[in-house]
Design a binder for this molecule. Structure first.
Ligand code: SME
Length: 159
């Protein structure tokens, strides 16, 4: 199994320091987006979509970047498909992904990682880049590590 690179290990420690299981999950998701926005190069959007009670639509959650589409049907676009498949989708060229939903015409590549709250599939983390093939296998391992740190700090706490 490939190792998480030192860059992502360091980011994971920073994340663990600012996230807090006693906080509402929305606050943790907001700071997760803010830290990745600051620390990842060549990205133009980072944030999350959260599943509704009917489990058929993802709604826009905390993010950094331009205003984005507010709802995505499960199974549609990169986000909807990653959620439906319950696995990471790493897209080197979004224009060649059938059904890709273009929120920002600057986006060229994208990675989407589903995440859980209390063991239940809860949403996806989406990161877009204006560069083709921005996310390599090492980034996938690193970002999945960060999402794991996030999951360990998420609880069903509401305002
Ligand atoms: N491109 C995504 C939609 C979300 S935006 O990129 C923020 C998709 O195809 O699911």
């Amino acid at each position: 199994m490939e190792q998480v690179s030192t860059h992502y290990i360091t980011l994971g420690k920073q994340l663990d320091a600012i996230l807090d299981k006693d906080l509402p999950y929305i606050s943790n998701l907001a700071n997760f987006s803010a830290l990745l926005w600051l620390e990842l190069s060549d990205i133009n959007w980072v944030g999350c979509y959260l599943i509704n009670q009917n489990k058929d639509t993802l709604f826009l959650g905390p993010f950094q970047g331009k205003p984005a589409c507010t709802s995505i049907t499960v199974g549609k676009g990169v986000c909807g498909e990653a959620f439906a498949q319950q696995e990471t989708l790493r897209v080197a060229d979004v224009h060649s992904f059938p059904g890709h939903i273009a929120c920002d015409s600057a986006s060229e590549s994208e990675i989407v990682v589903p995440f859980r709250l209390n063991g239940q599939l809860f949403g996806v983390i989406d990161i877009d880049s204006p560069k083709l093939s921005r996310f390599g296998a090492d980034d996938q391992i690193g970002i999945e590590h960060l999402v794991n740190v996030l999951e360990n700090n998420l609880a069903d706490v509401h305002f």
